[in-house]
Design a protein around this ligand. Structure first.
Ligand SMILES: [Zn+2]
Ligand SMILES: [Zn+2]
Length: 100
């Protein structure tokens, strides 16, 4: 339908306004290889892992996906619009539920 690239994390297409480049090894640690992700998927990576974690262990998409919190996130985001993005995704999940 569209030529949007697929996100290697959640496997959904990435619309132009939601694209974000992740360095598999942080740029500050001399990493060069990048992957194109959704902004929301990218943000999740950095909320779970420190730069050291990324350098030492989570420097591949397969390893990132294998983390249990990431797996939960991917299940959750799978049902969202490809351009979906919220700053409050994490705080909503950690409690504070509003009644309808
Ligand atoms: Zn994604
Ligand atoms: Zn990144």
């Amino acid at each position: 339908m569209t030529g949007d690239p697929l996100c290697p994390l959640c496997a959904r297409p990435i619309p132009p306004e939601a694209r974000s480049l992740h360095h598999l090894i942080p740029k500050s640690l001399k990493g060069r290889e990048t992957v194109l992700l959704h902004r929301i998927c990218h943000r999740k990576i950095h909320s779970l892992f420190t730069e050291r974690d990324l350098q030492k262990r989570y420097h591949s998409i397969e390893r990132i996906k294998a983390h249990p919190d990431m797996a939960l996130f991917l299940t959750w985001v799978a049902g969202k619009e490809p351009g979906f993005y919220t700053r409050t995704a994490d705080s909503q999940r950690k409690g504070r539920r509003r009644r309808p």
